[in-house]
Design a protein around this ligand. Structure first.
Ligand SMILES: [Zn+2]
Length: 394
């Protein structure tokens, strides 16, 4: 059976064969000699390949292929092939061997260094990768290579949680060019602001958050943190002002702000303000959390029937599991006879179903989670996780 690697090698072998043949023909033209032949090593390598001994085939081909300007890219590709099949240490050997050649042009040298840093990243040798990438970012004249090196370096610095350094590398060029990096940069500033907040430097934190919003005005996390800073000092009117901005930045985040917003209204003893906010939002959206919170407010002021009426009405138009679960809570209030048992049994089922379903999902990779992650734990994207809507969500 030919696996993809073997197939790749076969293509490489044919390419090498073609090249060796061409070289021989050129030599033949230069020094007239009878016949055109391929080196013996080439056939030995091909033989290993056909006998499904790829490792020996590669060794033979590498030996047969002298390093010169025509074959550099083939050597680089061989190294990458090793890395892609999880043998980054062998890729390092091939790429380091190439780097030792004095004949490399600056562009080829940069290309090999870039691949070598990818090998190091693959092996988890972050220090060595960082040193190589830093020198590439500084010295390499080729813009494309410098860009690729910057992206790798930014990726590495993020892994090391070196947010300020990542910003220094990415700003301004990458932030301007790439929407993902732009969004990430705003989150790096939020990370730094969080550190400032913990170190009791709210002024510095605010400055960074304003900078985050100037990079990405839709960064809800920056606004969220501005609200947190106000909450730290008990400025609840400012908390409300910031939190209310979040659904304007991204309507999908409305469910996330409800708890802290309710808390701020409670602190100000402004239940009617809270109620007015919910009523307005119910006109604009159909999030289950809004319906449940409004029903809870009605329960307090108008009683059980008013709350049940609201939930039932909303469930008909927008069915949701959490809505049904809350409706059972409402029915259970004051229920003492036989129906109570049945309701409790039903509630057990809805609770189990709800517990098995994630509340948030990453729009990039589909990763579901109970809590909201600013950076997706699976695909590492920033700001791509949002509350889930629909029957099983909001
Ligand atoms: Zn993801």
């Amino acid at each position: 059976m030919l696996d993809p690697l073997l197939l790749g090698l076969l293509v490489a072998a044919i390419a090498i064969g073609w090249w060796l043949g061409r070289r021989e023909r050129r030599r033949a033209r230069e020094q007239p000699a009878p016949g055109v032949s391929l080196p013996r090593d080439y056939f030995i390598g091909l033989n290993h390949l056909l006998n499904e001994q790829p490792d020996r085939a590669i060794e033979t081909f590498v030996q047969a292929l002298e390093v010169n300007s025509d074959t550099i890219e083939t050597h680089i590709a061989l190294g990458n092939l090793f890395r892609s099949r999880g043998e980054a240490d062998r890729a390092v050997k091939i790429h380091q061997n190439l780097l030792a050649r004095p004949t490399l042009t600056p562009h080829q040298g940069g290309l090999v260094q870039l691949e070598l840093s990818r090998d190091f990243l693959h092996l988890g040798l972050l220090d060595r990768a960082e040193r190589l990438l830093q020198s590439l970012v500084k010295d390499v004249p080729d813009e494309g290579l410098r860009d690729a090196a910057k992206r790798l370096l930014v990726d590495l610095l993020q892994r090391e949680k070196e947010w300020q350094q990542a910003l220094d590398v990415a700003t301004p060029q990458l932030v301007r060019q790439d929407a993902d990096i732009q969004r990430a940069a705003a989150h790096w500033l939020c990370e730094l602001a969080q550190r400032d907040r913990h170190n009791a430097s709210p002024g510095m934190a605010r400055k960074r958050l304003r900078q985050a919003l100037s990079i990405d005005e839709s960064c809800v996390r920056a606004t969220w943190l501005l609200a947190e800073l106000e909450r730290d000092t008990g400025h609840y009117k400012a908390v409300i002002r910031h939190l209310k901005r979040i659904p304007e930045q991204d309507p999908g985040f409305l469910p996330v702000i409800l708890e802290p917003l309710h808390e701020a209204y409670r602190r100000l003893e402004d239940e009617s303000g809270w109620r007015a906010f919910l009523e307005t939002k119910l006109q604009e959206t159909h999030f289950t959390s809004v319906v449940i919170m409004l029903a809870a407010s009605r329960l307090n002021t108008e009683g059980q029937d008013a709350a049940i009426e609201l939930i039932s009405e909303q469930l008909q138009a927008h069915p949701s599991l959490r809505g049904v679960d809350y409706l059972m809570d409402l029915y259970l209030i004051g229920e003492n006879h036989g129906d109570r048992e049945r309701l409790l049994l039903l509630k057990q089922h809805t609770q189990k179903l709800l517990a098995a379903r994630p509340r948030h999902r990453c729009h990039r990779c589909g990763f579901g989670s109970a809590q909201l992650h600013w950076q997706c734990p699976r695909c590492q994207s920033w700001g791509t996780t949002k509350p889930i809507t629909g029957l099983e969500g909001e």
